[in-house]
Design a protein around this ligand. Structure first.
Ligand code: TZP
Ligand code: MG
Length: 220
């Protein structure tokens, strides 16, 4: 309902670390990664699955929803149909996916929609189109997403932050060493995929990211 939605949207502002799943890179599997990361305090999970059938995705998404229930926001990457099928909290879509206006029509007002942007112009456009947050990237070079392009550098985060009001989530090539520069440049939160899911201890990595991010936010 409406109250629930405004709570979730304000929660977006309080997120520090944002986990995106990747079954291709994961050591212990997506469900294990989600469970460990949520246990460590991660408040938002995006199910990003490029290699499974729709049926497999719906089954897995239903499991992720259970794990997240009452503890973390649960979004599905690209697949508006899968998000609807399991009644996820929303979707994260890219510039070449379903247009945001169309996704909004299908999902309704009470779902979260995040959009990937690469620069200030796309960020302003995303906000105008009703995005609840933007994912900005790739910040650094990364091999996790083949078509991510060269890193734009953390200084660009500030420009985007100054241009829009919705939360900005930084993504791409972020690790525990360079994440300081990301938060220092104003990002509300950040995603790390390989730095977390390629680890043997997803819980510990998540915890460490959260601790570093909070420490920097508290200083500024
Ligand atoms: N979108 C832009 S970069 C990226 C996505 C999904 C991959 C980020 O993965 P990693 O391993 O944190 O660089
Ligand atoms: Mg996409």
């Amino acid at each position: 309902d409406q109250k629930d939605l405004s709570r979730k949207k304000s929660l977006l502002k309080e997120i520090d670390f944002y986990l995106v799943t990747d079954s291709g890179l994961s050591r212990k599997g997506t469900l294990s990664d989600v469970k460990e990361s949520v246990e460590a305090g991660c408040k938002i999970i995006q199910y990003r699955e490029k290699n499974k059938s729709t049926k497999e995705m719906i089954d897995e998404a239903a499991e992720i929803k259970k794990i997240c229930s009452g503890r973390a926001i649960f979004l599905v990457n690209d697949r508006v149909d899968v998000a609807l099928a399991v009644d996820a909290d929303g979707v994260h879509i890219g510039q070449d996916d379903m247009p945001i206006e169309t996704a909004r029509k299908i999902l309704g007002a009470d779902k979260i929609i995040g959009l990937t942007v690469h620069n200030v112009d796309e960020a302003v456009e995303a906000e105008k189109s009703g995005a609840d947050y933007v994912g900005l990237g790739s910040i650094f070079d990364t091999s996790t997403k083949k078509d991510a392009g060269q890193g734009i550098g953390p200084a660009r985060i500030r420009e985007v932050m100054n241009a829009i009001k919705v939360p900005v989530v930084a993504i791409g090539g972020i690790n525990k060493e360079n994440c300081r520069s990301v938060i220092e440049n104003g990002a509300d939160s950040l995603v790390a995929i390989s730095a977390v899911v390629c680890s043997d201890d997803v819980k510990k990595e998540t915890r460490e990211f959260i601790d570093i991010i909070r420490e920097i936010k508290n200083k500024s």
